[in-house]
Design a protein around this ligand. Structure first.
Ligand code: C2E
Ligand code: CA
Ligand code: CA
Length: 663
């Protein structure tokens, strides 16, 4: 498969699933971070507020206690207040000597307890904690001195706690539900120690819970949406792959998949199984479509596919290629088995529609150890198939070494033809035509030779059919017409007597608009009288489009060119073409004079054809004449001209000039 094709397919099938999964994780993480950040902020703010409230009420108590003097403040006064503010559990006041001077319910902090609280606060973070309202570090340190903290604890508290006073403490990890905390308010040289119960109520977290639930629902929706889209992508990918590998005619696997899977099969089973690529073609599929309809034609192909699919083995594979062509990669034990399987396949295909006659051809290419790619094997089997003549009885053909050589040769010809034309490697050869009456030169046929710089002289049958297939014949024939005109003009200039030279005009030219005008244009560049240029057309052009041919011949003759029909009697001739075409010369094909058994019958036909042509006012040229007997016979039958090895082979201009000096 070509690089670009493969790249495009890979792009189509690209698995974009990982970015999606990553995206899902990212979104989940982001959403959860938002939820927890929000939650964290909310809780921090909540605790901050709780601490602030506790501090405020502690301070109020301190203020209250000292408003009328501490000595006048009783536990009952406090209880009244506590009743109002039931978050306060106990109050103790210590003086600057750290002596407890006031306490309610004898509930006073033990210095050792405080030490423990400190300890826990800094290190364990238990639910007993201490907060100190202080204007600076000194007082705090005093207290710490008092509780005789060890250096370790001090350092720990110092780092986390002292530096920022109250604020820092509120940011610490305080349990949300309930926590008893001593607040020390420094008031008029006393410490008022207030034990606060700081608790988070249901009401407080109500909002948090709602928000969390909402956020979780939102996250869930997002996640579900994302998972759904990932499932969608996977599903889509599967669909794309399916579409990519499905043949629209048969609904089975298509050629792309065949080449992929087939290449893998060949590679995997190298040495284990013998493989052969069989190209199957239904002949005259288009006629079937014309008779029964295109839809029915496609249905037929679909049935072919599924019928074949049923009979191929596990290690084999097949697909529809195009039109009515299929490729099957078959395993086989020996050639006999392979051929009997192909016959079986033919039988199966024919049984798809038993009451209609259908014909199949099979091109076979054995996968050898060097050539094991589906595309090239199929190409070879199709090459073999294409080389089967249309009228051949043979239905199975194998790709062989000769075909490979032919393929390589065709490639070489196609690569070099343009350069060969520009560098004038195509040479004009002339084969004389002799008059039967005077037995002298009366004309010639222009025949091309490719004088290759490395391969030497290449005969036309090695490249003309290739040019006819690829269209280059148009350029070559123009070139030959020009070469003939140039040569005639040269001889004319030298005062030599001219004779008609015929040039072969391939049937492909009849696709050209105004072919006659085109030829006229080439010849007129050299001022050669048109009667010295003869154009040899083959009958096959008549069957392509007879009206174009009739019209072109008419115009050519009006321009004054001689028009001849080449190879008359070769292949399928039709006397009908003689009825409708007015031409000057009939060239009887050499085939009439070949063969051992039928010579006499051939001669009989030739004499009748000559008679007929004479009546139609045509000149007769017999070509391919090799023997004296043939010449005598033709002379006797009053054939006008003879072209053949008996008189001369095609020769270069130099040889021609040498041989016919007298002209
Ligand atoms: P064609 O037009 O029928 O040319 C006659 C062929 O028969 C020539 O083969 C010629 O060499 C050969 N021939 C002539 N006398 C004899 C003989 O007595 N015995 C035998 N065995 N053969 C004889 P050539 O030159 O190899 O050309 C083969 C074909 O190539 C031509 O058949 C023609 O169809 C084609 N061709 C040659 N030159 C051109 C060209 O310039 N343009 C086109 N379109 N086709 C050309
Ligand atoms: Ca010819
Ligand atoms: Ca001929």
């Amino acid at each position: 498969m070509s690089y670009y094709k493969e790249k495009r397919i890979r792009k189509l099938k690209k698995k974009r699933i990982w970015p999606s999964i990553l995206g899902l994780f990212l979104i989940a993480i982001i959403l959860e971070t938002i939820v927890f950040a929000f939650l964290g902020l909310y809780v921090m703010d909540l605790i901050d507020r709780k601490f602030h409230d506790s501090y405020k009420s502690s301070y109020n108590i301190a203020e209250l206690m000292f408003s009328d003097g501490l000595e006048n403040f009783t536990a009952e006064d406090l209880e009244q207040y506590i009743y109002m503010d039931n978050k306060i559990l106990a109050v103790s006041v210590i003086d600057s000597n750290n002596e407890v001077v006031w306490s309610n319910n004898n509930y006073k902090p033990d210095i050792n307890d405080i030490r423990i609280y400190y300890d826990q606060l800094g290190i364990y973070g238990d639910n007993f904690e201490l907060i100190i309202e202080s204007d600076g570090r000194d007082i705090f340190e005093e207290l710490i001195d008092e509780v005789a903290l060890s250096d370790d604890v001090l350092t720990c508290i110092g780092n986390d706690f002292i530096t920022d006073g109250q604020r820092l403490l509120t940011e610490r990890n305080v349990p949300i539900i309930s926590s008893d905390i001593w607040m020390a308010i420094y008031y008029e040289d006393y410490y008022v120690l207030v034990l606060n119960e700081i608790s988070v109520l249901n009401n407080d977290i109500y909002m948090v819970v709602i928000t969390i639930v909402l956020m979780l629902i939102l996250s869930l929706v997002f996640i579900i949406y994302y998972i759904a889209s990932i499932v969608g992508i996977i599903h889509n990918q599967k669909r794309i792959t399916k579409v990519l590998y499905t043949d629209i005619v048969t609904g089975g696997y298509n050629w792309l998949y065949f080449t992929k899977k087939g290449d893998k099969l060949l590679k995997k089973n190298k040495g284990k199984y013998n493989y052969a690529m069989v190209a199957v073609r239904m002949e005259k599929y288009r006629s079937f479509c014309t008779c029964f309809g295109v839809k029915e034609g496609e249905e037929l192909l679909e049935n072919f596919y599924w019928s074949l699919k049923r009979i191929i083995k596990k290690k084999e594979f097949m697909a529809h290629h195009d039109e009515a062509d299929f490729g099957i990669l078959l395993t086989y034990l020996d050639e006999e088995e392979l051929y009997s399987r192909i016959n079986y396949i033919e039988q199966v295909l024919k049984n798809v529609v038993p009451n209609i006659k259908m014909y199949f051809r099979f091109g076979v290419c054995i996968a050898d150890s060097n050539d094991r790619s589906v595309d090239s094997l199929y190409n070879n089997s199709i090459t073999a198939l294409d080389l089967l003549a249309e009228d051949s009885e043979q239905k199975i053909t194998s790709y062989d070494v000769e075909m490979k050589k032919q393929q390589l040769w065709e490639r070489k010809v196609e690569n070099e033809m343009d350069k060969a034309l520009v560098t004038r490697q195509f040479k004009l050869y002339l084969q004389p035509k002799y008059s039967t009456k005077e037995e002298n030169l009366a004309g010639a046929e222009a025949l091309v030779r490719w004088v290759h710089p490395e391969d030497g002289l290449i005969p036309p049958n090695k490249f003309i059919p290739i040019f006819e297939r690829n269209g280059f014949i148009l350029q070559l024939d123009d070139y030959m017409i020009e070469e003939v005109a140039r040569q005639q003009s040269k001889w004319l200039g030298e005062g030599k007597e001219l004779f008609p030279i015929s040039v072969n005009v391939s049937r492909a030219h009849f696709t050209r608009e105004d072919l006659a005008g085109h030829i006229c244009g080439i010849v007129d560049r050299y001022n050669v009288p048109h009667k010295f240029i003869e154009l040899e057309l083959t009958e096959s052009a008549f069957f392509d489009d007879k009206y174009v041919l009739i019209d072109t011949v008419k115009k050519l003759r009006e321009y004054g060119f001689i028009v001849s029909m080449d190879d008359f009697g070769a292949g399928y001739s039709s006397l009908n073409s003689l009825k409708e075409l007015s031409i000057d010369v009939l060239k009887i094909d050499a085939d009439f004079f070949r063969g051992v058994d039928s010579v006499e019958r051939g001669m009989l036909i030739v004499s009748e054809v000559i008679d007929l042509a004479k009546k139609l006012d045509m000149k007769i040229v017999a070509e391919g004449i090799e023997s004296k007997e043939q010449v005598d016979f033709l002379t006797q039958q009053e054939c006008d001209l003879i072209q053949g090895y008996y008189y001369a082979k095609p020769m270069s201009i130099d040889e021609f000039e040498e041989k016919y000096k007298e002209i």
